[in-house]
Design a protein around this ligand. Sequence first.
Ligand SMILES: [Zn+2]
Ligand SMILES: [Zn+2]
Ligand SMILES: [Zn+2]
Length: 312
Amino acid sequence: MTQARKRKMATRAVQEATGLRYTAALRVEAASRTAIGQPVPLSALLAECATQPEADVDWGEDVFTEYVPEVFESALLGGAVPYVSVLALAGALSAYGPRAEVRVESLEPLWRAVVASGRRRFRIGILCGSVDELCRAPGCPEMPVMNGIIEYCEGHLATCNAHVLVGMARHVGIDVSTDGGDDLERRGGSPEAEILILAASARGAFAEVRDAFVHSAFMNPSDIDELYMGETAAIDMRHAIEREEMRLLGLARAEYQRIRKAAGTCRACPQDLTYRHVDLQVPPDYYTAECTPSAPSNPAPDPWENAEKCPF
Ligand SMILES: [Zn+2]
Ligand SMILES: [Zn+2]
Ligand SMILES: [Zn+2]
């Protein structure tokens, strides 16, 4: 009897015992075999990948078997997994070396699995041999906004604290500054910066996120006069920064108004938010900083510069 047949019978048994639908029973059966959440050394998974023979899998009737990848039965992950997926996963985790560990977050046999390593999470498409990095929030099925830079989906980005947003804003800034090169115009207008600014606006953390982005995408404007860069270059830099800061401010204000309008009254007290003046350093759905559940966001000191106020 093949592995697949044994599995089918075990699944049927689960189904009879529990009354679950077949797909749900498959999951229960897989979970009983996999040590879900148990750390597995990446090296052990690679050894398995290099030594296990190709598995003869019953993919079911709806699958064009000529397109499915070659798979092996992974005792470590608890089911059939494509060779290419394990290799791609190892590639994605290569920076951590062979001592990296992975753990299975979920497994839907012959369909997909989510594995995590540290805070990073990957979805393995078993049917197509794909590996996609997922949002870092455990259990989230969404992709990150920007792989390796904005590591959360848009929804979870809104729940990140100011410190995390500042870190990501700095990365996006470095990224656009590298891509844009000498063309200052091209460093502005980044849609990723836009997404971060909206999240920052919702958190009441606009100024620190804007500064983190602008200072790494362009430079800290207070450094312009100290740096010898020629009058024209200095003016160009100042204008490029102003333009981008105006753009970000417009986005933040619009998001602020949108959230405030949707909220109507303060989340903590009966105060009407309609007539409150715009204060981008207070979450728009609270009347004052005192109403917010935690004290106003307190970003960690920036190692790159003194904590000075942006002059714009
Ligand atoms: Zn998410
Ligand atoms: Zn309030
Ligand atoms: Zn600034």
